[in-house]
Design a protein around this ligand. Structure first.
Ligand SMILES: [Zn+2]
Ligand SMILES: [Zn+2]
Length: 283
């Protein structure tokens, strides 16, 4: 039977969260790894927060051969790029895709802004193996045997794409950072269920979505570019998504606080999971 296997390798947003009070949900920043079936190695990696370090353990000693698809270029989605051991070796083949930049800089040039001395010892083209870097525009394309739809969604500080990824059998929607209040408060008061978000999440098996904020923080912090967890559940309901994985937890959100979130929003329909680093979904 065909299935899509989804490894949650980093579920944290903004910055890593080391420490015993974060150990159960995990402290690595955003990264998902997708494989076409149970036994195969991942070939499509979504974002390269430092969670991408954990993808190497899924490769069984083999080099990474596949695509790293970035939603945007904030540190919590890119700092792992040079730290992905299975990709930084002579026999690796890596294709990095990122949103076309408003500045017009090509993919290598814009990554070189972050990865260059004195901020970092090497640039993106100095990684070992065969690496290619390219930008992409909104729309549909086929990547590593998956159908991928990219749509621009509001965030803050740079262009951000959400992705809808299907293997012809199952669909995963990935919107790790999302500021839906950019289009107004919407009917539930947590942000607009706008067309791009609804299109990406329509009928998805799982919606992996920004859950950075809790409702008491919302009035003060929504302007920093993130969504409240309740919005993710509301979007899934409006879009007909079957389940939600709450993702991109704030770095000071303890395990106890995330347990509380699971209790508060779980138990209904659609099914809600608070993502942790041990989560593996088979869709
Ligand atoms: Zn982020
Ligand atoms: Zn961001």
């Amino acid at each position: 039977m065909q299935l899509m296997r989804v490894y949650f390798c980093g579920v944290r947003g903004s910055s890593p969260a080391p420490g015993v009070e974060f150990a159960r949900y995990g402290g690595h920043t955003s990264c998902l790894a997708l494989a076409h079936d149970q036994d195969a190695a991942p070939t499509l990696v979504l974002d390269a927060g430092i969670g991408v370090q954990r993808v190497s353990a899924l490769m069984n000693g083999a080099p990474f051969t596949g695509t790293i698809l970035l939603t945007h270029l904030h540190w919590d989605h890119t700092l792992g790029l040079p730290l992905f051991a299975a990709a930084d070796r002579d026999d690796a083949h890596v294709n990095v895709l990122l949103p076309e930049q408003e500045s017009g800089l090509d993919a290598t040039s814009v990554l070189s802004v972050m990865m260059a001395p004195p901020f970092y010892p090497i640039g993106p083209t100095e990684l070992r193996g065969e690496w290619t870097f390219a930008t992409l525009t909104p729309g549909e394309r086929r990547i590593e045997g998956f159908d991928v739809l990219a749509r621009e969604i509001p965030h803050k500080g740079g262009r951000m794409f959400g992705y809808r990824i299907s293997d012809g059998h199952s669909t995963l929607t990935y919107m790790p950072d999302h500021c839906p209040t950019a289009f107004g408060l919407g009917e539930d008061g947590f942000g607009d269920y706008h067309a791009a978000a609804l299109e990406l999440a329509h009928d998805a098996d799982v919606l992996v979505h920004d859950a950075q904020l809790f409702p008491p923080e919302f009035p003060e912090q929504a302007r920093f570019g993130h969504a409240v967890a309740d919005y993710a559940v509301g979007l899934a309901r409006h879009a007909g998504a079957r389940s939600v994985a709450l993702f991109h937890h704030r770095p000071d959100r303890t395990d106890d606080a995330l347990d509380g979130l699971a209790q508060r929003l779980g138990g209904g329909s659609p099914a809600v999971t608070v993502a942790d680093e041990a989560l593996v979904l088979e869709l």
